[in-house]
Design a binder for this molecule. Structure first.
Ligand code: FAD
Length: 475
């Protein structure tokens, strides 16, 4: 009795409902398919490809080299595998992007026609989007009622399932590392060297991040999560995206490690951040193309500027605004950017530079290791003010004040913009305000060693507010 376990965004063995079910059926054939039919905007970015390569290696190791890795169209490959291995069932954990849902539904009905049952499970969300609706059966659009009323007052999330005890794996032709290497996911230029130092893709890496967070940072999360120079967050996002750990494992680990977690502000805030991830998936599921279409249709008439030069300065961390540049360089170097800084660089692009949020979304998509259709789109629409429960457009983050508040000593800026390291803390966020002799003493010539600001913060803020008024008039 062969059961095909189709791994997708659930690259783990622990708390994997589909995998546990497969193990009960008999012989398990574990398969991963690199789906080359993904639409253009869902094709993996460079950073994600690097992660996936390493994550598959780790999963294959946990499966004693039995993971069969293929590339192609799952609609063709799954039925072919069923025939080749005389499989009697196929299982997977659900994915939520529209194209994935359509693909899966079509595979399911095709298999059913051939009397092969296909079963899917919830392996990556605490509450699935179809479970949570308002009293009038329509979806929530605002986070707090969605989370507090819709989710928390519902049935609690599923408790993590343990690893299957009796596991027999199929000996498949071509299984193991070769299939992974054949995907050619690692680039020829090794830009990922810094990422290797910081991250450990795979289930073990995810588990150790979570325990470190619980031991060292969870109890001061509310304050420290805002400080980019402090390791105050869990750094679980890429692990969660690829499903090397489930949100259920994180959720119940917190509830298990501390008494009355919901009464503890730091822990409550952390759990609600997992709630924001759920909310992003909820929006992705209930509304169309949130990675492209403005949630708030008024923004369809927004007078965006088009400036390749400014966009490139932003992408390269060369805007002359230190906290923005530090964030963009952190992203490029490590594949990650701190959440507070994501909001700052996002606001700067969309408001001070007046560049369409979709440009930012695409750049993040390519560079982030945690690039996630749901959270990235929801994050960008939040920043732009075009989202469901979004920051109002007229609230423009002042990067100078944000830097002074959340990176007081400039440690974060110094890490990623070392050319500014000698500046005194009170000037590090605004080198343009330093006297010439101070700059000289610090070995900085503005415009040469570090750029002059590409926009005036005050004037560009006003320009953004004017553009917003123009949009309102057009509607
Ligand atoms: P922690 O603070 O430890 O939070 C725990 C987990 O909760 C995270 O791992 C993540 O899964 C979830 N979470 C936390 N904050 C958010 C949030 N605001 N929205 C959704 N989920 C959240 N997150 C992604 O996972 N992928 C993305 O592509 C992504 N793009 C973003 C783009 C923008 C413009 C913004 C403002 C935010 C984006 N986020 C994205 C959300 C957030 O920045 C990251 O999830 C967070 O920084 C990851 O770090 P962490 O794991 O240490 O988070």
């Amino acid at each position: 009795n062969v059961c095909i376990m189709w791994f997708r965004q659930d690259l783990r063995l622990l708390d994997n409902p589909a995998f546990s079910f497969a193990a009960e059926q008999g012989n398990v054939l574990p398969v991963f398919i690199f789906d080359n039919t993904a639409p253009k905007n869902a094709k993996l970015g460079g950073a994600s490809q690097w992660w996936l390569h390493n994550s598959l290696k780790s999963l294959n190791k946990s499966l004693d080299n039995h993971l069969l890795v293929l590339s192609g169209d799952p609609k063709k490959l799954i039925p072919q595998l069923c025939e080749e291995y005389s499989a009697s069932s196929v299982v997977w954990n659900r994915c939520y992007e529209e194209w994935q849902r359509e693909r899966d539904a079509s595979i399911k009905s095709e298999l059913n026609k051939n009397d092969i049952p296909a079963r899917s499970f919830n392996g990556s969300l605490l509450w699935e989007p179809m479970q949570v609706l308002k009293k009038d059966e329509t979806p929530y659009k605002v986070f707090t009622p969605y989370y507090r009323k819709g989710c928390l007052q519902k049935d609690p999330p599923r408790f993590p399932v343990s690893k299957p005890e009796n596991l027999t794996l199929c000996e498949a032709k071509g299984a193991g590392e070769t299939g992974i290497e054949q995907l050619k996911l690692t680039p020829s230029i090794p830009w990922y060297k810094d990422m290797e130092k910081m991250w450990e893709p795979g289930e073990e890496g995810a588990a150790s991040r979570l325990s470190r967070f619980i031991e060292e940072a969870a109890q001061s999360y509310q304050n420290d999560r805002n400080l980019p120079a402090v390791k105050g967050t869990s750094l679980l996002s890429p692990h969660l995206h690829f499903g090397e750990i489930s949100p259920n494992q994180a959720w119940f680990a917190i509830l298990g490690a501390f008494d009355n977690a919901f009464d503890h502000k730091d822990l409550d805030v952390y759990l609600s951040e997992l709630g924001w991830r759920e909310f992003s998936y909820y929006l992705l599921y209930h509304f169309d193309n949130i990675n492209e279409v403005n949630f708030n249709a008024k923004f369809n008439h927004f007078p965006w500027r088009s400036s390749r030069k400014d966009l490139e300065a932003w992408q390269k961390g060369q805007t002359g605004i230190p906290i923005v540049d530090a964030g963009m360089r952190e992203l490029y170097k490590t594949g990650y950017m701190h959440n507070r800084v994501r909001m700052i660089v996002g606001s700067f692009l969309v408001k001070n530079l007046l560049i369409d949020w979709r440009e930012g979304e695409r750049w993040f998509w390519d560079c982030l290791l945690d690039a996630d259709m749901a959270s990235n789109s929801a994050g960008w629409q939040w920043v732009a003010g075009s989202g469901a429960d979004a920051s109002p457009y007229f609230r423009v983050f002042n990067p100078l004040l944000q830097g002074e508040k959340f990176d007081k000593e400039g440690e974060y800026v110094k890490t990623y913009c070392p050319e500014l390291a000698k500046l005194p803390s009170k000037l590090i966020h605004q080198p343009w305000a330093a006297e010439k002799n101070v700059l000289k003493a610090c070995g900085i010539e503005l415009g040469k060693d570090y750029p002059k600001p590409i926009v005036d913060l005050k004037a560009s803020r006003q320009r953004a507010l004017d553009a917003f008024s123009e949009m309102k008039e057009r509607n």
